[in-house]
Design a protein around this ligand. Structure first.
Ligand code: MRU
Length: 360
């Protein structure tokens, strides 16, 4: 079986072009593409989750830098680089947890600064568009490689539980956690996916279920609170999730609810896998305690999708992500291979040093 590709994001035109993306807030009932023509459009799209998922946020931000530098002709180098700083700072303020955003913005900034004094603003803008396109294309390749490596972990006939959406919509086109499922299915294995609904914004129900149905993959939707029972009934042989940021010791931030799933998987003796490209690793952080966790609007909990479901004035806590400790993770699948325990640094490991051993 061949799994259809998705164009989550695409750049239209040349340096004076614009970014077109699937508006993920409209799925699953409407497939609508929107055009972002300036930095504010991209900032708003990231903030309001029109584009979401760590790799896709990074790609969108990279193109956002190009949009922010489409200057009137004849602008001075000094003003151009001042604007580069402003645009990068603005996009960096959109969401705090997915490190891919900062990774992509750093790359864009370095690509621009590397040409300072050696090229005109127009030439630098062309180089920045080329860099954004490379980030986009590299993500495509990394996700395919993640799929190839990860598919070896799944056997024919298995049930796989996933959380949030780590599919094509969250990346250039093929996903991370779902890439593993896609590659296994493409290799002829029969895989049954259980997709967690993923409260409060329902990325699992709205996006993962949609992608899998579109792609003809066997999927059953669950409320988040059903995962324990489904594991107890023996329906799940692996849990597979994406990541927003992986610290040097393997602690992993992902959509809120991931940590609970890891604990449940541990209690049932089910392997818990994280799939993520190297752009999601933040080796400057020794462990997950240092990962910034996004807090979102309480109304996402009390007024989800337009209907009030809690009393006026109730206090709400709405962290968008949680951190799963490395000791609960059986393996991290990245484009280089499968990283297996010990994910925890050996004693004496230095702060910020890469400590995850590559085993494949
Ligand atoms: O708030 P979101 O929808 O951006 O959260 C997305 C996730 O948590 C994904 O699992 C993660 O970004 C990995 S996407 C390949």
């Amino acid at each position: 079986m061949h799994v259809k590709s998705l164009e989550t994001l695409r750049w239209i035109g040349d340096t004076q072009g614009w970014l077109r993306m699937i508006d993920q807030t409209r799925l699953p009932t409407e497939f609508v593409e929107i055009d972002c023509r300036d930095v504010e459009d991209v900032w708003e799209a990231i903030k309001s989750l029109r584009v979401r998922g760590a790799p896709a946020i990074g790609i969108a931000a990279a193109y956002g830098v190009v949009l922010g530098l489409q200057a009137p002709a004849g602008e001075s180098q000094e003003r151009f680089f001042q604007r580069l700083d402003e645009v990068v700072a603005r996009l960096a303020s959109s969401r705090p947890t997915a490190v891919n955003l900062f990774w992509a913005l750093d790359r864009m900034k370095k690509a621009g600064l590397g040409l300072r004094g050696r090229a005109s603003p127009g030439e630098i803008l062309a180089a920045l568009l080329a860099e954004a396109r490379s980030i986009h294309e590299e993500d495509r390749r990394m996700c395919r490689a993640i799929g190839r490596h990860g598919a070896t972990l799944l056997a024919d006939g298995q049930g796989v539980l996933t959380h949030c959406n780590a599919g094509g919509l969250a990346t250039a086109d093929y996903g991370t956690a779902l890439a593993v499922v896609f590659a296994a299915v493409e290799a002829g294995k029969r895989i049954h996916v259980y997709a967690d609904e993923t409260r409060p914004l329902l990325q699992g129900a709205r996006l993962t279920a949609w992608e899998l149905v579109q792609r003809g993959i066997d999927v059953t939707l669950l409320c988040d609170s059903m995962a324990g029972q489904v594991m107890r009934e023996g329906r799940v042989q692996a849990v597979l999730v994406g990541a927003d940021r992986i610290a040097a010791n393997g602690d992993t931030a992902n959509k809120i609810g991931t940590y609970s799933l890891a604990v449940l998987a541990h209690a049932h003796g089910i392997p818990f896998y994280v799939a993520a490209p190297s752009s999601t690793f933040d080796l400057s952080l020794p462990n997950g305690d240092a990962i910034p966790i996004e807090q979102r609007d309480p109304r996402e909990v009390t007024h989800g999708f337009g209907r009030q479901t809690a009393p006026d004035g109730v206090k709400v806590y709405n962290p968008a992500f949680d951190v799963t400790p490395a000791r609960l993770i059986h393996a991290i699948i990245c484009e280089h291979g499968i990283l297996k325990p010990p994910l925890v640094p050996p004693s004496g490991g230095r702060r910020g040093e890469p400590s995850i051993e590559r085993t494949v």
